[in-house]
Design a protein around this ligand. Structure first.
Ligand SMILES: *[C@@H]1O[C@H](CO)[C@@H](O)[C@H](O)[C@H]1NC(C)=O
Ligand SMILES: *[C@@H]1O[C@H](CO)[C@@H](O)[C@H](O)[C@H]1NC(C)=O
Ligand SMILES: *[C@@H]1O[C@H](CO)[C@@H](O)[C@H](O)[C@H]1NC(C)=O
Length: 345
């Protein structure tokens, strides 16, 4: 847990340290294991005030009428670990909205060896060029770019969620779900027992990412706002903002001051320190160039099968192999949502 505190804003950090990860309150199949076929011995007693009862962990318990599976049967016996390395290798090749490196450039300048020290060691901007006309109109970036100004960046201020803003979210989700990235993600998550189809994934993503949650006040933030747009705690510590386009946009209007890099990983990952408005972000990381659906696919999948833990995998671009570590935290006030998610540098 100390580890997590190095990477996330204080409020998320506190919320993950004060509550245990979502544990199954009834460890039935987790205790006795899962049994193939029909196995009448594969059961456990369950406490039922009305009648003596047992529940089963054999495949037969799934029969459509009168399912008598134990409550943890879906997570323990049906849902499987997702092969993230295989999935992300496919996503990488399919990410047609990823921006070619000729469209932007950057200058990492000084390393920030001690990220607890907040001195600005990099006099110049991070970005040295950025083809706005091309990037802002490329594929899903077109409906992503209008989203961030929907949010009150200060935590503690309840979001408005006007009808026009909600329509922008629907448009964005439509565009994202229409990509090959989400078709691949649906296939992996369906095979693993996490979603039934593309529409089901869309609904889950809308809930997970766009439902407002409590950061400092009711409905003042959301996973999407935090991760892709950023928000600021009233104590002026910056939260989230793990997206390469948003970092550019905030830097270009003079809101974000790049201090130096805290880590670098091939192919496109950079850890950085910055001040945003007047708030310090000691350390954060993002991937250059990738589409937001590529990030959403990875964060959502990691959270669905391995919440609140570091998921480590390697993906291949067909030539080289790249190790990635990612974590997605559950929002503790609302269990069905992500609080924050990011790549570890
Ligand atoms: C932070 O780093 C700067 C530049 O390296 C250095 O001058 C300063 O003394 C450091 N501050 C602390 C508190 O260590
Ligand atoms: C929310 O509504 C208030 C009052 O109409 C307005 O002042 C504020 O700018 C709105 N916030 C955003 C992010 O649109
Ligand atoms: C927060 O959002 C929920 C769901 O949209 C809504 O029911 C509730 O009234 C909102 N609360 C405030 C204070 O806006």
């Amino acid at each position: 847990m100390v580890f997590s505190c190095l990477f996330v804003m204080i409020s998320v950090c506190l919320s993950v340290t004060t509550a245990a990860p979502a544990l199954d309150t009834a460890p039935h199949c987790r205790s006795i294991g899962c049994c193939p076929g029909r196995d009448d011995e594969c059961y456990m007693p369950v406490i039922d005030p009305i009648r003596d009862a047992v529940c089963y962990c054999d495949d037969f318990c799934l029969r459509t009428e009168g399912s008598d599976c134990c409550s943890d049967f879906p997570t323990v016996c049906v849902q499987e670990q997702i092969d993230m390395g295989a999935m992300v290798s496919e996503l990488w090749l399919a990410d047609e909205n990823r921006i070619d490196e000729g469209r932007y450039s950057y200058n990492v300048q000084a390393p920030k060896k001690d990220y607890r020290n907040h001195t600005d060691l990099s006099p110049s901007r991070l970005y040295t060029s950025f083809d706005e006309d091309f990037i802002f109109n490329k594929g899903t970036f077109k409906s992503f770019v209008p989203l961030c100004d929907n949010y009150e960046i200060m935590q503690g201020i309840t979001e408005n969620n006007t009808a026009a803003e909600q329509a922008e979210v629907e448009q964005y989700l439509d565009d994202v779900m229409d990509t090959e990235i989400m078709a691949i993600t649906t296939r992996y998550l369906k095979d693993g027992g996490y979603v039934t189809d593309l529409q089901d994934l869309r609904e889950k993503m809308k809930t997970i990412w766009f439902t407002n949650y409590f950061a400092e006040a009711e409905n003042d933030s959301s996973a999407f706002e935090h991760v892709f747009c950023g928000d600021i705690k009233s104590t002026l510590s910056a939260g989230g903002l793990h997206n390469w386009v948003t970092v550019y946009r905030e830097e270009s209007i003079g809101n974000l001051n790049y201090h130096g890099y805290t880590g670098q990983r091939a192919p496109l990952q950079l850890g950085i320190q910055y001040t945003w408005i007047e708030a310090i972000k000691p350390r954060t990381s993002f991937m250059f160039g990738v589409s937001t659906e590529f990030e959403l696919a990875i964060f959502t999948t990691a959270w669905l099968f391995n919440p609140d833990e570091v998921t480590s995998f390697s993906f291949s671009d067909g030539v080289s192999t790249f190790p990635v570590d990612v974590v997605a935290w559950t929002h503790k006030g609302s269990e069905g949502q992500i609080a924050s998610a990011y790549f570890l540098d």
